[in-house]
Design a protein around this ligand. Structure first.
Ligand code: PMP
Length: 356
């Protein structure tokens, strides 16, 4: 039988691809998508508004986003030639897969992890191999190296801290993968700002030109609504990414906001520590209720309950939205809650006490 999709001529390999879904439901306490509950600093927003009034929106943006790259390079103390900026780290990943993945290529992930690490390669026509983490959801480096040796993937994606478990993959493990890998190793450090510089794999790039670190302004930088992400890599990776970039992909407003955020970096990032404290408080309180939590260095906590569907429903009934994983293998009993304000922690823990 010909499916309607096939009749319209969609790529056959896309027919099995399920579009990304995650409920964008309104709730007083939005603790489901790991955004920051803190709006960007007021002074920064004022500057953005003033600059937007002045810029020529009738003209295309600076195609190379030169000033934005310069400011990011200074902030990171990383050469501009080793940076790549796009509309969120999802687009950064898409650029990587357009350039290095595609038909005839394979990528490897360690599950459970961020679902886009499988969806983005698939959209770009890349075959995906999903290997499982251990039963306690940790990363087993020896097993991982074994899979790499056997599968010889063109691209490996590691998520560190991993979404949704929250654990950091140690540098030694990333190095072991780099040494075994025939192609690129992408380490997604979207939550890296919460784990601290020591947790980052970036220092390995100098000896491993096949390493790419992706990062985002959507979490600690409080700018999920703007869509800015970037990667750090060897300059050869960057010259290949130039091949897949659409002209003017970073809009004028995006560049204005990105520059303002970098000028106000200290103030923007100042709640990172407070958010980590809320994360730890959530974990301790859940443990006190007798629930299993997974150790997290990100801005969320994964925990187990007997009946996640019922708990999710009880929480939303109290205007608290968390993330559930009804059909994700190994996460059937898990819920993930984003850490943010003390008030959110109190509402969530108060609700969990009542539910328990
Ligand atoms: N990587 C991970 C691990 C994430 O959890 C997310 C967002 N949930 C992203 C990347 C995408 O972030 P963005 O596109 O907003 O930069």
């Amino acid at each position: 039988m010909t499916t309607p999709e096939a009749r319209l001529g969609v790529r056959t390999d896309l027919i099995g691809v399920t579009p990304y879904t995650s409920p964008q439901q309104s709730a007083r306490y939005r603790m489901n998508t790991n955004e920051s509950p803190y709006a960007p600093p007021e002074r920064m927003v004022d500057e953005i508004v003033e600059e937007i009034k002045e810029v020529a929106l009738n003209r295309y943006p600076d195609r190379d986003a030169g000033e934005l790259y310069d400011l990011l390079s200074q902030h990171l103390e990383w050469p501009r030639s080793g940076l790549w900026i796009a509309n969120g780290s999802n687009e950064v990943l898409m650029h990587l897969f357009l350039a290095f993945g595609g038909p005839g290529r394979t990528s490897l992930t360690f599950e459970p992890s961020y679902s886009l690490h499988t969806l983005i390669p698939s959209i770009a026509g890349t075959a995906t191999v999903q290997t499982m983490r251990t039963h306690d959801l940790s990363f087993d480096v020896e097993a991982a190296v074994g899979v790499v040796r056997e599968q010889q993937p063109d691209i490996i994606i590691v998520c560190s801290p991993n979404n949704p478990t929250g654990d950091v993959t140690p540098r030694s493990a990333v190095r072991a993968l780099l040494e075994e890998s025939p192609g690129l190793v992408i380490v997604d450090e979207a939550y890296g700002d919460f784990a601290g510089d020591d947790a980052s794999a970036r220092s390995l790039i100098k000896d491993h030109p096949n390493l790419v670190i992706t990062k985002t302004f959507s979490k600690a930088w409080r700018l999920a609504g703007v869509r800015i992400g970037y990667l750090m890599a060897h300059e050869d990776v960057i010259s290949d990414l130039m091949r897949v970039r659409l002209p003017y992909h970073l809009s004028v407003p995006t560049q204005v906001v990105g520059r303002a955020a970098l000028r106000h970096a200290g103030e923007t990032l100042r709640f990172v520590h407070a958010i980590c404290e809320e994360r730890d408080r959530i974990a301790i309180e859940l443990q006190a209720l007798g629930l299993k939590t997974y150790p997290s260095q990100a801005n969320f906590v994964l925990f187990e309950v007997d009946d996640p569907e019922e708990t999710w429903g009880e929480l939303i009934h109290r205007d608290i939205l968390v993330r559930a994983y009804p059909s994700v293998p190994r996460l059937e009993h898990c819920l993930r809650v984003t850490a943010g304000l003390a008030e959110e922690t109190e509402a969530f823990i108060g609700a969990m006490r009542e539910i328990a």
